[in-house]
Ligand binder design. Structure first.
Ligand SMILES: C[S@@+](CC[C@H](N)C(=O)[O-])C[C@H]1O[C@@H](n2cnc3c(N)ncnc32)[C@H](O)[C@@H]1O
Length: 346
């Protein structure tokens, strides 16, 4: 998944800095703003037990899917094959088109009566997604799958649908015409089904501010850097993950996200929220990813950190996130400086 602020390309930079400060090669690693789970996965593979959290439910699903892979991989492969086949025969398998939430709200065919028909997916992919998502819910209700398996199947569907989304990258808007990748047929696949990990992970779906009682050796913070909220940018994935028939509004069919607005995206609130976490966390070592264009300056961050112990930072030059070509035209620099701030709490 191409995700705003993904640390996929910075994993070694993070690991080297964290190892240097903590000297730890095992223990508990709490990924407080987990997003796609790339950091937690990397540290899990290095031998840490992982706690992951994110305010978005699709991220909760993705982190479960990546970090808690079901033990019975034969069963998973079989069920994914069944989902695949259901999708291939979607026309036969839709009993009631009215129940197809994604088709009816995010595809041209289902939204043709709106003033602005929505084109997030092709009609075919919208219906395929609905058929598979409904089947996963049925399997959960019939107890054919346990909770871990249920999360894993939705994770595989989210990854598959994201690959055929008709967007420039995020779901804040759709493109006017179906782009090439969006014309391709939705293909669900098993992901890493062989690699059920020996380390289990505990995943939360909450604002980090509410999880300060958690015991951990390392707390890693990777909050949003600017005022772009994640909820409206990934609202379609949130709805596919929850499949809760929300009320939608506006041209892009946004669900309500009042409860998921992040203080870390608000200039007026971010410093207080950040300091609250540093002050109340039980972790000995806290790390923060941030860059030189974020809404808190490096100086502000260091001034807060040093109140609670010895602190410092590492830096690395890093390419800019590209949502689309035009979005970057106002930026002069081609790369930004990525920071890994740290504090060893007293
Ligand atoms: C920069 S991204 C994390 C990217 C992640 N490290 C990765 O590699 O994919 C920031 C994440 O913080 C989440 N978020 C924002 N505010 C939050 C809060 N108060 N508590 C928990 N998660 C929050 C967003 O939903 C988003 O997934």
């Amino acid at each position: 998944m191409n995700y705003i602020g993904s640390k996929k390309r910075l994993l070694n930079f993070l690991y080297n800095g964290i190892s240097e400060i903590t000297g730890l090669t095992s223990g508990t690693f709490f990924d407080g703003f987990a997003g796609t789970g790339s950091v937690g996965k990397f540290f899990q593979e290095k031998g840490f037990s992982i706690i992951a959290n994110d305010i978005q439910y699709y991220s909760f699903i993705v982190n479960n899917g990546k970090l808690n892979i079901p033990e019975n991989n034969k069963k998973m492969k079989k069920l994914i094959m069944e989902l695949h086949q259901l999708g291939e025969d979607y026309e036969k398998n839709i009993s009631d088109e009215k129940k197809c939430f994604i088709y009816n709200n995010y595809c041209a065919g289902g939204t043709q009566n709106l003033e602005f028909p929505r084109l997030y997916f092709s009609d075919e992919n919208g219906k395929k997604c609905d058929v598979m998502r409904m089947k996963i819910e049925d399997w959960k209700d019939e107890k054919k799958v346990n909770q871990k398996e249920y999360f894993y199947l939705i994770y595989c569907l989210l990854e598959a649908i994201d690959r055929v989304a008709n967007t420039a990258s995020v779901y804040g808007a759709y493109l006017k015409k179906l782009k090439k990748t969006a014309q391709k047929s939705l293909q669900i696949k098993t992901i890493d089904a062989e690699i059920s990990s020996q380390y289990s992970a505990k995943i939360y779906n909450d604002a980090i501010e509410n999880l300060m009682n958690i015991e951990t050796d390392i707390l890693y913070l990777d909050p949003p850097y600017n005022n772009r909220q994640y909820a409206p940018n990934y609202h379609v994935l949130e709805t596919i993950a929850k499949y809760d028939n929300p009320e939608l509004r506006g041209k892009t069919g946004l669900r309500n996200y009042e409860e998921q607005k992040s203080d870390f995206c608000m200039k007026a609130k971010v410093e207080q929220a950040f300091e609250y976490v540093i002050q109340h966390s039980k972790a000995k070592y806290i790390f923060l990813s941030y860059n030189n264009e974020g809404i808190m300056s490096s100086e502000t961050i260091q001034n807060i950190l040093k109140k609670y112990g010895e602190s410092g930072f590492f830096t690395q030059d890093y390419g800019r996130f590209k949502a689309d070509k035009t979005e970057n035209r106002n930026h002069k620099a081609n790369s930004v400086v990525e920071y890994l701030h740290w504090v060893k709490k007293n």
